[in-house]
Design a protein around this ligand. Structure first.
Ligand code: TXA
Ligand code: MG
Length: 322
């Protein structure tokens, strides 16, 4: 059962408590309803992909109650400061380098060294984010492939029964998603047009480059072309049923062999747990493998249904020749 909560003081407090406990809570912003999870929990973020039935992992936007909180987790430059002053709270998302001590789940960045941050406009949205007291990762609150929801009822129609709660703050004013601007490139790059226009941004920081978003759905399938996606330095071998002496092992369930470097994605073969551990596991084995002089990461088979499909999508990219 999905709880429908009104955005009153007590409804907000209850919704925030549910989110802090690791469950999913949809909430209204000025653009669309977001499907929120505790952004510092790999497990909670993995739950977002499971609930939406996303076929791949793409990075998510982290939502904050104010600019100070947002800039605590990324490294803003002078352009970011200028844009935040002009357009936050509002429908603008900034992609910036993660701080070295950034506590946000690797899965929320899809393994990238960058993080998308935004401060939504509505007072009720920010009251909810403040009550959460953790940053909230949130894509639009619809099943993958369906249109974004702009009312609580839309959310229930698409995700009712799959998420813990919806915080109803009425219909969204803007109805289209936030503008996504990447400030980690030499020239700022518009990744997605949205609520704040390119002209408004250019008036402050000069000409923008235009690029398609790095959603796997829009990106070229060849992994090498997804230059900004995290790729392990070691080679990757999929569907391994044994381990070679020069391999590290990424296990899913009981390990299929002995390895000098082993990382368990999920002892009990639970895909949500495996998704939560995926990026940390790749990084760990990459580092350990290099230290031990290993050449490759062997990955045990992962059933290709539900979140397993997204995990395999990511691993297939990592395994393709580079
Ligand atoms: O209006 C909105 O932005 C809504 C509300 C809920 O805030 N959220 C939303 O999230 O539309 P989502 O996940 O549907 O879209 C996020 C977009 C995607 O195009 C994604 O690729 C991009 O932001 N993005 C997120 N993190 C990124 C990163 N580190 N680098 C590049 N692009 C990123
Ligand atoms: Mg969306």
């Amino acid at each position: 059962m999905t709880e429908l909560l009104l955005a009153t003081e007590s409804g907000i407090a209850r919704a925030a408590g549910i989110l802090r406990a690791g469950a999913l809570v949809a909430f209204g912003t000025e653009t669309v309803y977001g499907l929120g999870a505790d952004a510092t929990s790999e497990r909670a973020v993995a739950g977002i992909f499971a609930a939406k039935n996303r076929p791949h992992f793409n990075p998510l936007i982290c939502h904050y109650p104010d600019t100070f909180a947002a800039f605590g987790h990324v490294i803003p430059d002078s352009r970011a400061e200028l844009l935040a002053r002009a357009f936050w709270p509002g429908a603008l998302t900034l992609v910036l380098p993660r701080r070295s001590d950034c506590p946000i789940a690797l899965l929320a960045s899809a393994g990238l060294p960058t993080l998308a941050v935004r401060v939504p406009a509505p007072v009720l949205a920010r009251a909810f984010l403040r009550a959460c007291a953790v940053p909230v990762a949130a894509p639009s609150a619809n099943p993958s492939g369906q249109v974004s929801p702009t009312t609580a009822q839309h959310v229930l129609n698409g995700l009712g029964g799959r998420i813990a709660a919806v915080l109803d703050s009425g219909p969204c004013d803007v109805g289209v998603e936030s503008t996504v601007l990447d400030l980690t490139t030499a020239q700022p790059t518009l990744l997605r047009p949205g609520g704040v226009t390119a002209e408004q941004i250019e008036a402050l920081i000069g000409p923008l480059a235009i690029a398609p978003p790095i959603d796997a759905a829009n990106a070229p399938r060849a992994p090498g072309m997804l230059a900004s996606h995290y790729a392990p330095a070691l080679a990757v071998r999929l569907n391994a049923t044994s381990v070679d002496p020069d391999e590290a092992l990424l296990a899913f369930g009981p390990p299929c062999g002995d390895a000098g470097a082993l990382f368990q994605l999920s002892e009990l073969s639970d895909p949500t747990e495996a998704a939560a551990n995926l990026f940390a596991g790749l990084r760990r084995l990459d580092a350990q493998g290099a230290a031990l002089g290993l050449r490759r990461i062997a990955v045990m088979p992962i059933p290709d249904d539900g979140l397993g499909h997204a995990i395999n999508d990511r691993l297939t990219r990592a395994a393709a020749p580079r």
